[in-house]
Design a protein. Structure first.
Length: 477
């Protein structure tokens, strides 16, 4: 009797796996999540996924033929150009056109009107939520197939990859070649589930307790009427808000993905410990940097073709990074400035004066640059940035300031700011991380860790109940 039941269970499990029931359930849940966020766009999403799937099959079919033509670079060498490059170019162009149409049409129309004096009306467009992240995932899917780093998956594979709910709206950006290998090999375990829950609770606390508190405080402060201390405080608070908002979301996404057996790579590695802009971008939004390195920087030649081309490639990457973040001159300027610093650092990195410069000086300069130019990310209008920076240097008349910094920065927000600064810097110390892991490995330490995380999670829920809805900053992309 027992043997018959066991055999029946194994057959059901085999059927369950064969029909990929768990993947289908996950897809349905992901589409439901997207529908809850944007009901109308879920049908566009399904059509979009179907088109990407067909484009992937097209690229792989042409690639399997192995047809190519040769370009003679010299008498002794030639370069092979495979015909599958043609469907890749067409596919990426279609995908990119969708992003440009929804996110940049009105910006381009406005630029055209200003340059040529026309009066073309703006389009009434609402971009599908998460289209920037979806676009980069689709390009990864198609390019990895072309390169042979992965194969065109089934329609279920493609749909699961593009619609997977922890990452679809606001990242992190997971490459297809990394995701495909986990679809069939992923497994669940008690340790993985515990780690996933812990990571989710940490991200939730970052977002609700810290990021939203900083955001609520900033929302009360008018950009046009601030004393110097208030202006400096807003720079610090926004610097902390954007870090804890986006790293908090990344923690939640990584944690939830782990609950379903997927391992996502780290997206933040204590960027506010960086001693250069280049290092900052290796630590901040790592998945975005990885995408640009894989699909833009390396195809352009990377650092293999001499310093001049390397600097050009860096400039292109940072320009595209700024444009990707939004349709506005503030984002373009933000990308240009970061690119200018990255290029400058590459030029001087081997100079004696730079090598001898103390790390404390490099760190201070880097953080000042990051803090100041986050304001281009914060404000759509550059005039608002100028106003805030003017207040920082005392340009606002004293008689026009209705409230001083004591009104805005109470004991609670100052305490949270101190916690935020220490959490974003000190907790990234390698020695402290090693010490913490040793403590957490012990039973008492592990139990204490779980109690602290549970307490933070409960506090975060209480904060959420008593606050207004505050969406993640990167939801706009």
């Amino acid at each position: 009797m027992f043997a018959d039941r066991l055999s029946c269970i194994k057959k059901l499990q085999w059927l369950f796996d064969k029909l990929r029931i768990k993947d289908i359930i996950l897809i349905v849940f992901s589409l439901g999540f997207y529908m809850w966020s944007s009901f109308d766009n879920v049908f566009r999403l399904i059509f979009y996924i179907f088109v990407v799937y067909l484009l992937g099959l097209w690229i792989q079919t042409v690639k399997s033929k192995g047809y190519y033509f040769s370009i003679h670079q010299s008498q002794t060498s030639e370069k092979r150009i495979y015909f599958c490059l043609i469907p890749l170019i067409i596919a990426v162009s279609l995908i990119t056109f969708c992003l440009i149409y929804f996110n940049y049409s009105n910006f381009l129309i406005d630029c055209w009107n200003k340059v040529f004096g026309d009066n073309i009306g703006a389009k009434s467009l609402v971009a599908p939520i998460g289209i920037s992240f979806l676009t980069f995932s689709a390009i990864s899917y198609l390019t990895d197939i072309y390169r042979g780093h992965a194969t065109a998956g089934s329609f279920i594979d493609c749909t699961l990859y593009l619609s997977f709910f922890p990452k679809i709206i606001s990242g992190p950006i997971v490459l297809w070649k990394d995701f495909q290998t986990q679809i069939k090999t992923r497994s669940l375990s008690l340790n993985a589930n515990t780690d996933g829950l812990n990571r989710t609770m940490i991200g939730f606390a970052k977002k609700i307790i810290l990021a939203d508190s900083f955001g609520a405080c900033l929302a009360q402060i008018p950009a046009s009427n601030m004393d110097q201390i208030t202006a400096f405080g807003t720079l610090i608070l926004y610097m902390l808000q954007i870090y804890y908002d986006f790293s908090g979301y990344s923690d939640i996404a990584i944690g939830i993905a782990k609950l379903f057996g997927f391992e996502f790579k780290e997206n933040f590695n204590f960027p506010y410990r960086s001693t250069s802009i280049s290092e900052f971008w290796r630590r901040w939004h790592i998945s975005l940097g990885t995408w640009f390195r894989e699909y833009v920087y390396i195809p352009l030649g990377g650092s293999r073709a001499g310093q001049r081309n390397t600097l050009r490639n860096l400039a292109v990457v940072f320009a595209l990074t700024g444009i990707w973040h939004g349709a506005g001159w503030n984002y373009i300027l933000w990308g240009f400035i970061n690119g200018a610093f990255a290029v400058t650092e590459r030029v001087v990195q081997k100079k004696k004066f730079y090598i001898k410069t103390p790390k404390a000086v490099k760190y201070t300069v880097t953080m000042i640059v990051v803090m100041l130019f986050w304001q281009l990310f914060r404000f759509q209008e550059i005039s608002d940035v100028v106003t805030v920076l003017g207040a920082l240097f005392g340009a606002t008349p004293a008689n026009s300031i209705p409230y001083t910094w004591q009104y805005y920065f109470d004991a609670r927000i100052i305490l949270f700011a101190v916690i935020g600064i220490l959490g974003a810097t000190l907790l990234g110390s390698p020695k402290l991380i090693t010490w913490y892991r040793k403590i957490a490995a012990a039973k008492i330490g592990y139990l204490l860790q779980e109690l602290v995380l549970l307490a933070l999670f409960v506090i975060a829920i209480l904060f959420m109940i008593n606050s207004t809805y505050s969406p993640f900053i990167y939801f706009q992309y």
